[in-house]
Design a protein around this ligand. Sequence first.
Ligand SMILES: [Zn+2]
Length: 635
Amino acid sequence: MEKGLRCSGAVPYGYLASKEDKGEWVIDEEAAAVVRRIFQMVMDGQSVNGIARTLRAEQIPIPSEHWKRIGCPVRASSYRDPYAWSATTLGYILKRPEYLGRKVLGKTICENYKTKSTRRTALEEQFVFEGAVPAIIDEETWHNVQRLRETTRRTPKRSSAPNRLTGLLYCADCGAKLTHHNSLVQGKYIDDAFTCSRYRGIVQECTIHYVPTQKLEAAILSAIQRISWYVRNNEQEFVQRVREASSLRQEEAVKDCRKQIVQARKRHADLDGLVKKLYEANATGKLPDKHFSRLLAEYDEEQATLEASMTEWQKMIDNWNADRVRMTEFIDLAKRYTDFSELTTPMLNEFIEKIVVHEGSGRGKQRRQRLDFYFKFIGAFEVPADVVTPMEQEAERRQQEEQAEKEEHSKALAQARYEKRKQERREFTARKRADLLTTEEQAEEERRLERNRAYQKKQRDKKKATQPEKPRKRSLEELAKLDRAGANLTPEEAGRLAAYKQRKAEAVKRCREKQKAAQPPKPQQRTLKELAECAEAGLPLTPEEAERLEAHRNRKKEALQDLKARAETDPAAAAELAQQRAQQSEAVKKSRQKMYADAAAGDPEAQARYERFLATRRENYHRKKQAEAKAAQAS
Ligand SMILES: [Zn+2]
């Protein structure tokens, strides 16, 4: 009154009656902001009680207090706490169609004028005026909120909020909603999933349609990601595809509407006939006035309803065009979201109209389950299968990495196990060799060896059974014997023997080399030839060398004597002796010639050797002379 505004309970919170025209409402911005906030909080997944607590904590005045503060008369003036929002108040606000811009009249009806008792009217009895008031909430949000509130959500015990997916999921086979359930086991929620509400139903049976919440949320997120990316990157293509899909659906719907119009027209004509008959019956007095007016009213009402429906269907046929699918709104929505790292409640409520869940098949990793996504504004839409978004590529890469890591890890584990077993075996063998096994261990080892032998025998027998009988191979020993006896060997046998001989020769060689390497290195021995030269040149020799040379000369001398002895009887030996002598004199001659030549060429060493040779010859000559003289004196 203070501001000259007429406010009454009839004007909902968020509006005020206009100053100019009291029948007209204007937006009360302060209250409207609160209303919008309340709707948004529901969209964000908050419970009504949670919203009430938040508003109270923020000291937002309840509607009555708000009206009181701005100077409007308040019906319910007795309240204790001006911030005590109740679930009932919030419930009324969230249900009001006025916020959509509709004025609804006749919500209550006076049944008895004496007692003034009223009752709530049914929806059909109310009068709705579209666009009669300015809207506070957009249509999409309002309907979303109705959907979220319509579905009764069973709050799991000790869980603060009902599941946000409730009401979005429908069974593909029976069309019922899916219900959420989980079990609280030792403070942990397990088996958090949705199932068809008609599963094990009393009236109607359906299969389980089990879908785990976590998997479902992941699938929804990736579906939203996928379609948003597609819209942002292939807008033209998207628009075209949606148009095609919608025109198909449109045709169906239009067909349906036409059929209904035809039926309605027929019924309308029938009613005309009935009304005519009714008048005739009344006029002739066959039908009392009381019944006449009741029946007439009924027929009239039915005809009016039919006319209204026909107009509605005709309007639908006229309006069915591409605009019916509100693509631009979806495109705006897709562009609005940029962060898809997690599925938020507003994202879920804004994008998803419903999800149809098919029955799954397979177990574990092989489990497959089809989900049909219906998006807001555009309905069912599937991004072409060949489109791969960067997010999907990234996910694929991550998955591969994880897989590789897992494999690497299990490989490392297997290697460690193998090493451990090997180590244990090694220790066991060491103990076995040292005779340290307990009797049980020994018995076990015996059994193991027995098992091994049996297994190997079995394997051998098996192999033998599968292979054709081969002619028996001759052993290497036999082959060597045959070879020595000069028998003919097959090429294969000869090759085998040769290979064996080579292997053996190599082994012997290796063995000798090993032995040699094991012995201390010997001082380099001078060859007999060098020793002879030294002796000839009068150079000193070690006693060992002198002995060696002496032994060699003795051997030679003995051999020569032996040959000489044999030559007296054996002509072959005589020939050999003659040959040896000739060779020797030839060698001596050659060596002397070389010495002369070297000395003449001016080699000092050769000259010295020549000098020594001459001296020795002189000495030998004198020694011979003296010996002859002595012999002559003696005789
Ligand atoms: Zn079902």
